[in-house]
Design a protein around this ligand. Sequence first.
Ligand SMILES: Nc1nc2c(ncn2[C@@H]2O[C@H](COP(=O)(O)OP(=O)(O)OP(=O)(O)O)[C@@H](O)[C@H]2O)c(=O)[nH]1
Ligand SMILES: [Mg+2]
Ligand SMILES: [Zn+2]
Ligand SMILES: [Zn+2]
Length: 362
Amino acid sequence: MAKSRQCRGCGAPLQSEEVDNSGYLPEHILNDPGKALVCQRCYRIAHYGKDQKTTITPDVACNIVKSSVDWAEAVLLVVDLMDFEGSLPPQIVELLRGKKGIALVNKGDLLPPKTTIIEARKWVEAQLGHHGLSLHTRVISGISGLGIRDLVAEILKQPYERWVVVGATSVGKSTLISTMLHQQERTAGGVPTIAKFPGTTVEKLQWKISNKVTLMDTPGIVPENRLSDRVCVDCARKLVPARAINVKVYELAEHQGLVIPGLAAVKVEGSAMVILGFTASEVSWQRANHNKFEYWLGKRCADCPQSEWITHEVTIPSHHDLAIHGLGWISVRRTEVTCALTIPANVAFSVRPNLVGARKKR
Ligand SMILES: Nc1nc2c(ncn2[C@@H]2O[C@H](COP(=O)(O)OP(=O)(O)OP(=O)(O)O)[C@@H](O)[C@H]2O)c(=O)[nH]1
Ligand SMILES: [Mg+2]
Ligand SMILES: [Zn+2]
Ligand SMILES: [Zn+2]
């Protein structure tokens, strides 16, 4: 039996008994020693971009990450700049306390040109500091290659040989490793599988980026309160940040607010004002009259788990964002705004200093 062999894309132990389980490969391929071994699911993702449900549960993912962190001498923590709070769940913060390593703020290519990389790095460093993590921080892009050469140089200079790449699902851990392997011309053994929906990597999997340094790819930790993890596979694909940031300025008259149909609504109180709406995925905010909110919220996908709506009273100070984990954010500038935020019951939100645009003078 070839049970000890792993899929080179997602890490699953290869098997030819259960078609619907991870690591499946038809027997004649599995027993062919000459073939590059990737499981059927990875093959379909890579060749047809097919959305294939994950087979890993959040508990199993968390245990795999724990043992990988124990194995490693240093960590590469990956967070998604477009969903910072949603991609830094408390389990990760706990796991990494006291660990040596580097925090990587991925998807830097999606930043609007006016927000500099240095600004974004400082913003993230301050936010990480609030969580008690004082890791050296770099803004990168696994897709465009931004900052990757410098990152590899920094890793190779360190005395550590075993590095683990950790983070929430869909933040771009496997994309980062793949880009490093390409830059180091070490793709002969394949590259990790990348997909637009969460739960792609299902086991730990080692990759060498130099003769000395091994990187461990790991399954994503599943944040408990991120909208993109609370929807069906099709909707998850639409919500993962992968596009240039979409910023729109909305002039709201009295009795108007912003909605993302079927997902969220922000009812703004008070007279006319200007609000900015941000997303970096396939959905976007739209302006709506208060009396149409129910109609827009009712446009839910029938395949998604239907949790109840909860309305939160939120005050957003001037120059702050209201970020809905796994969805997007709105931003106010000169005036404080009070609003009623309606989102599914199991989704979290944060109020934070604004990421994009002029900062409040302190
Ligand atoms: N725009 C942009 N998209 C990115 C970047 N890195 C990753 N992505 C996209 O984010 C999605 C998830 O990427 P993966 O590398 O599979 O993420 P992961 O962290 O390995 O996910 P899991 O294995 O599910 O935990 C894919 O659609 C990628 O194309 C980046 O730097 N910029
Ligand atoms: Mg992955
Ligand atoms: Zn696979
Ligand atoms: Zn859905």
